[in-house]
Design a protein around this ligand. Structure first.
Ligand SMILES: NC(=O)c1ccc[n+]([C@@H]2O[C@H](COP(=O)([O-])OP(=O)(O)OC[C@H]3O[C@@H](n4cnc5c(N)ncnc54)[C@H](OP(=O)(O)O)[C@@H]3O)[C@@H](O)[C@H]2O)c1
Length: 333
C-alpha cells in the first residue's frame, strides 16, 4: 500500500509517497481502507517540524474517512463495511481533557495512507448524508469549532458570535453558530470570500484588510456592546482586538496561531469586562459523536474548496498555505 511519509527531515520536499507493507489489525484494532483525507493549517506546522512533540518518520494528517475492511479480535464497536473517521486525539474519549495526548499525524502516524490501523476506541461513525470528502473534514476543524462554541461556550440562540477568516475551523464555527440561532459576524481578507460567508449564513461581514480596526466595527455593529463569543484563530495579531470586541462576561476561544505563538497584550479589558479566555485543543470522541448527531439532524454540509488526488497531496499542502481557499482542502484516495 502507498503512504506519504515525512522521513528524517521536514518541509514539502521531504514529503514522499512510499510503498509500505499492509498493516494488520491486532487485538481491539480495525483496518481502514481510506477514502478521503482533509488538511488543516496544523498539518503545515507538522510539515515544517513546528508541531510540539511530533516525531519522525511520520505519516501526516489527522483527518480522514474510510471503510473498515478487517477487524482484530475483541472488536465490538465497528464491523467490516462501516464508514468511520479517526478521532484526532486517540486517547481522549470523554471528559474535559486528554491524560496523554496522542494526536494522529503528529504524535503518532496519521491517515495520509491507503490503509490505516486504529484502535476501535479511536474511531467514530460519520453522518450518512455526507460524501467521503465532507466526512473527512470533521475530526479536527469541526470538532474544534464545536468544542469552542457548543461545549465551552454553551452557545444560546440570539447570542452574537465573531468568527475570524474563512478557513476550516472558522467556517464550521459560522455554520454551527448559524444552526444554533446565533447572529454571526465574520471577518476576512477578501470581499469575495465574505460573499460566500454571507451565503452560508453570516449576518455581518468585515474585510479586515480594509478595516484594520475591525474591533471598532464589531462594537458599532453591536450597538457598542460587543459580542458574546469569539473564535480567535489569528493569535497575537487578533487577540488584542478580540479583547476589545468582546462584551462584558464574553467568552473568547483561543484556537489559532496563524500569526505566531507569542503575544503581548493588555490585560485590562480581561479584568474590566470579566472575560473568559479558554484555550481549545480540538476535542474528545464524545464531543465528536454529539457533533455528528447534530450535523446529521440538521443535514449540515461542510464547505469544501478543492479536492486533490492522492498523487498530488503535496500540491494540496501548497494550496492550503496560499490561503486562497474557503473552507476545507481535501485529498481523494
Ligand atoms: N487549538 C486547536 O485545537 C486547533 C484546531 C484546529 C486549528 N487550529 C488553529 O486554528 C487556525 C486556523 O486553522 P484552520 O485549519 O482553520 O486554517 P485554514 O483553513 O488554513 O484557514 C486559514 C484562514 O484564516 C484566515 N486568516 C489568516 N490570518 C488571519 C488573521 N491574522 N486574522 C484573521 N484571519 C486570518 C484566512 O482567511 P481569510 O482569507 O478569509 O481572511 C486564511 O485563509 C490555525 O492556527 C490552526 O493551527 C487550532
Amino acid at each position: 500500500m502507498r503512504a506519504y511519509e515525512l522521513r528524517n527531515t521536514t518541509g514539502l520536499d521531504a514529503l514522499a509517497l512510499t510503498e509500505r507493507k499492509d498493516p494488520v489489525p491486532g487485538l481491539g484494532e480495525v483496518l481502514i481502507q481510506m477514502r478521503a483525507a482533509a488538511l488543516n493549517y496544523r498539518d503545515i506546522l507538522v510539515l515544517n517540524g513546528l508541531y510540539p512533540h511530533m516525531h519522525l518518520p511520520l505519516i501526516p494528517l489527522s483527518d480522514g474517512v474510510g471503510t473498515v475492511v478487517a477487524v482484530g479480535e475483541n472488536v465490538t464497536r465497528v464491523k467490516p463495511g462501516d464508514r468511520v473517521a479517526g478521532v484526532f486525539d486517540q486517547n481522549w474519549l470523554s471528559g474535559a481533557s486528554s491524560e496523554s495526548p496522542s494526536a494522529l499525524g503528529g504524535h503518532v502516524d496519521g491517515v495520509l495512507a491507503e490503509r490505516v490501523v486504529l484502535s476501535q476506541d479511536g474511531v467514530v461513525h460519520v453522518p450518512p448524508h455526507l460524501t467521503d470528502e465532507e466526512a473527512a473534514t470533521l475530526p479536527c476543524a469541526a470538532v474544534t469549532a464545536w468544542n469552542a462554541l457548543m461545549v465551552q461556550g454553551a452557545l444560546k440562540p440570539g447570542e452574537t458570535v465573531l468568527v475570524q477568516g474563512t478557513g476550516g475551523v472558522s467556517l464550521f464555527a459560522l455554520q454551527f453558530a448559524h444552526m444554533a440561532g446565533a447572529r454571526v459576524i465574520i471577518t476576512s481578507s477578501s470581499d469575495e470570500k465574505l460573499e460566500r460567508a454571507r451565503r452560508l449564513g453570516a449576518d455581518e461581514v468585515i474585510n479586515y484588510r480594509r478595516t484594520s480596526d475591525w474591533d471598532q466595527e464589531v462594537l458599532r455593529l453591536t450597538g457598542g456592546e460587543g459580542v458574546d463569543h469569539i473564535v480567535d484563530v489569528g493569535g497575537p495579531a487578533t487577540l488584542p482586538r478580540s479583547l476589545n470586541a468582546a462584551r462584558v462576561n464574553g467568552h473568547i476561544s483561543l484556537i489559532g496561531v496563524l500569526s505566531g505563538t507569542d503575544a503581548e497584550i493588555s490585560l485590562f479589558p480581561m479584568l474590566v469586562k470579566q472575560l473568559r479566555l479558554k484555550g481549545i485543543y480540538v476535542g474528545s470522541r464524545s464531543m465528536f459523536e454529539q457533533m455528528n448527531d447534530a450535523i446529521a439532524l440538521h443535514q449540515l454540509k461542510p464547505v469544501i474548496d478543492r479536492v486533490f488526488p492522492l498523487e498530488q497531496a503535496p500540491e494540496a499542502f501548497r494550496y492550503l498555505e496560499e490561503e486562497a481557499h474557503v473552507g476545507k482542502v481535501c485529498v481523494r484516495f
